[in-house]
Design a protein around this ligand. Structure first.
Ligand SMILES: Nc1ncnc2c1ncn2[C@@H]1O[C@H](COP(=O)(O)OP(=O)(O)OP(=O)(O)O)[C@@H](O)[C@H]1O
Length: 249
């Protein structure tokens, strides 16, 4: 579980996050949605420690992350897996080397154990026997799956994904969403996904927070989002024709 309490973040005199409080539960896919520029990425970067908030608290399973001493901060960072936009694989490394990378830099695991773990994760994302392939030789969807395998290889407790579906076709997107949801439940990970993909919201939105103009305007699940009564959220949810048709049926 990750708790964010009264988080404030500004750049110069521009407030980007205003008093944000939210709880992301373990074993659930937690989504952060909102229009472009609403502060989703800045929130994610504060939570993982890439930005320092002006004020507020961030607790990882009750452990204070912001004021933690160096050792605890390092421990928590080791428990975090990240899936970046576009996969962000190292082009010059094989699939196997990409997935093994966090184990190489974060652990003292013997090489054979690392390879076992890499193969276990490859199997979990249904990419057995692609070890020696280069990222450029596999499809975008496969690259995302390699990214997921790399994000969980160190038995991550927390998984952060920034727009995991960007650049994918709708069917592959749904497969990636389902894989993330399955892994989240199976390994009881606290997963936080930044997205503006309404398909993802409907497919895996167990918990959704809606950011608008620096504020958390709404929270709920994928059933409740259809009847929020919040105008800004309705504009976001029903922006496309298919969702409007669905609503008006
Ligand atoms: N490093 C930075 N320095 C100054 N301003 C920043 C910085 N990073 C983000 N911002 C500003 O914070 C606001 C929120 O940006 P953010 O990237 O979080 O939006 P977002 O909701 O993730 O948008 P998108 O969906 O387009 O990625 C924007 O006005 C942006 O210009």
């Amino acid at each position: 579980m990750i708790e964010v309490k009264n988080l404030v973040k500004s750049f110069d005199d521009k407030v980007v996050l205003e008093d944000i409080s939210v709880t992301f539960e373990k074993g659930k896919t937690n989504l952060i949605i909102g229009a472009s520029g609403s502060g989703k990425s800045v929130l994610l970067k504060n939570i993982v420690g890439l930005f320092k908030p002006d004020s507020g608290d961030i607790l990882y399973d009750r452990r204070d992350f912001i004021n933690a001493h160096r050792d605890l901060k390092t421990d928590i960072r080791r428990e975090i897996g990240m899936l970046f936009q576009g996969g962000a694989l190292f082009d010059s490394m094989t699939v196997e080397q990409n997935i093994k990378f966090p184990l190489d830099i974060l652990t003292k695991m013997p090489e054979d154990e690392k390879l076992d773990r890499v193969n276990f994760c490859l199997k979990r994302v249904k990419l057995e026997n692609t070890n020696k392939q280069m990222p450029s030789e596999i499809s975008g969807g496969m690259q995302k799956r390699v990214g997921i395998a790399r994000a969980i290889v160190n038995s991550s407790q927390y998984l952060f994904c920034d727009e995991p579906n960007s650049g994918l076709d709708p069917i592959t997107s749904i497969k990636i969403d389902r894989l993330l949801a399955e892994i989240t439940e199976e390994y009881q990970i606290t997963t936080v996904i930044v997205t503006h993909d309404m398909n993802s919201v409907m497919e895996i939105g167990e918990y959704i927070m809606f950011l608008s103009n620096s504020h958390k305007l709404w929270e709920g699940n994928s059933d409740e989002i259809m009847h929020s009564g919040v105008q800004e959220l309705d504009e976001f949810v029903f922006a496309n024709k298919m969702m409007r048709k669905f609503r008006d049926q």
